[in-house]
Write a new protein. Structure first.
Length: 478
């Protein structure tokens, strides 16, 4: 048959459907369908996804079968052509040769999705008191976690840049989903909030929602208990930008993963933005369904690493600026060199130090900082870092730290370098090779030689011995 015929037939089918479903359902579930061809009384229609096809089969099968038989005849059948889920790999549809089945609808066809925000619907918003009719979505974002307070460095540049691109064009970049992963306290939550806040600023009409995976799971369990799963799914499917924090906690929760899979699919196919955070990359997530993991890899996975010493100092300075206080430079540097792996701990130590000072009415000195840090991070802080040792040694001899790490053989630099190696071996658990790498790419034999030289000089040279004793006191945490 000609092209005209299948379009005409579908057009007449739509006219019947329109009389039998509400306008919202018609726009959501029938307008996106495209008629492709008709052959041997089988009308092939194209739908946007497998999920779309399943929804039609579950909710509108009786209506579709009656309509098709009325327009084509008693032998009339429907066949679906489904666009590939992963539109990054292929935009060609593949055909599933499934004529409509003989089952009846399993759900109430009057329930339509997605819903317009504020359309006066009775669907329950899990974030507000039950019974309120109007769906007003509070984004759950913390205004303090903005891009203005997020310090950029080498450790987070990729994630921050991708986040900024997403904030300017949510759903319109290749970074969908954007998965931000990294260890605890490195700024995943801060960055995800910052993206949400920026989107709200750039696109005030978009519905942005931040939710932890624990909260998502808890709400789903509640919806199962109250028999309101449909409302739960519909609520999440109307969000424009969904931010799920700590997605790794969905591991092992099969039903929650299943419902999240459908929410994810719906949002992604409708050009909505998904932002996820996790403490590990998708490849290391255990107990997560394969179909979810493959979707996590569709966009960009950007990691947050441990910030450099410069970034840690900048973070502390930003925090001081926010709190409206000033601290001696040596105290800030000491904090930054002592707490190396966790930004949250770093900020916590600063706040504890300020509290100590104001409660005890003492001025904040390096000595107070040392005592407080020892209590704050317990055993982890007892091991000072090689970087901190090098800094103290360079300050003591008034040398540039870059000189210490360079290849220069100047006597005073060589001596300072050897002393730094000596203390690094004595006070840290680092390997000789690691100590050598920190001191300008030296090998382990050079480090051993340095330690012997320092020990010999301490026995024979009183002035040198004085240097070591003073440095020992400066470096010591006690």
């Amino acid at each position: 048959m000609s092209t005209k015929n299948h379009e005409e037939i579908w057009s007449r089918c739509l006219a019947i459907v329109k009389d039998n479903v509400n306008l919202q359902s018609y726009k959501t579930w029938f307008e996106p369908i495209k008629p492709l061809r008709i052959k041997d009384d089988v009308l092939t229609i194209q739908v946007p996804s497998q999920f779309f096809y399943e929804w039609l089969e579950e909710h509108y099968i009786t209506l579709l079968k009656k309509t098709v038989k009325k327009e084509i005849g008693a032998e009339g059948k429907l066949e679906y052509s489904i666009i590939m889920d992963n539109n990054f790999n292929s935009s060609k549809p593949y055909t599933v040769r499934i004529p409509t089945s003989n089952r009846k609808e399993t759900k109430n066809p009057a329930v339509s999705m997605p819903l317009d925000v504020g359309s006066g619907t009775t669907i329950r918003n899990p974030f507000i008191i039950p019974g309120l009719k109007k769906v007003v979505v509070d984004s759950q974002l913390n205004p303090n976690y903005s891009f203005d307070t997020y310090i950029e460095g080498d450790s987070n540049r990729l994630a921050r840049s991708a986040g900024f691109a997403v904030a300017n064009k949510p759903g319109g970049t290749a970074f969908n989903p954007l998965l931000i992963y990294g260890g605890t306290g490195l700024g995943k939550t801060h960055l995800s909030h910052a993206i949400g806040i920026e989107i709200k600023k750039n696109h005030p009409n978009k519905t942005v929602l931040y939710v932890s995976s624990e909260k998502f799971t808890q709400q789903f369990i509640e919806s199962v208990r109250n028999n309101t799963q449909n409302d739960f799914i519909h609520f999440y499917q109307m969000i424009d930008v969904l931010i799920i924090d700590d997605v790794q906690f969905l591991s092992g929760k099969e039903r929650t993963q299943d419902v999240f899979f459908h929410v994810f699919n719906h949002l992604h196919q409708n050009g909505k933005q998904l932002i996820l955070t996790s403490d590990k990359p998708p490849v290391e997530m255990q107990g997560m369904e394969q179909r979810l993991l493959s979707r996590f890899k569709w966009g960009l996975s950007a990691d947050l690493q441990i910030p450099s010493i410069e970034s840690r100092i900048a973070i502390l300075e930003m925090k001081m600026y926010q709190e409206g206080i000033e601290l001696p430079k040596e105290v800030i540097e000491y904090l930054a060199y002592s707490i190396t792996t966790n930004v949250r701990e770093l900020e916590g130590a600063l706040i504890s130090l300020i509290a100590q000072s104001s409660l005890n009415k003492k001025s904040i000195t390096l000595d107070l900082a040392k005592k407080m840090i020892d209590k704050f991070v317990k055993n982890t802080a007892r091991e000072v870092s090689i970087d901190y040792i090098q800094k103290v040694v360079c300050d003591y001899f008034d040398l540039n730290i870059e000189l210490l790490k360079s290849k220069t053989r100047k006597r005073e630099v060589v001596q300072a370098r050897q002393i730094a190696m000596f203390f690094s071996k004595k006070l840290t658990k680092s390997s000789l090779a690691n100590i050598g790498a920190h001191c300008g790419g030296k090998d382990h034999a050079t480090v051993l030689h340095a330690c012997k030289t320092v020990n010999n000089l301490m026995e024979t040279d009183k002035t040198f011995r004085g240097y070591i004793d003073e440095l020992d006191k400066k470096i010591a945490l006690q």
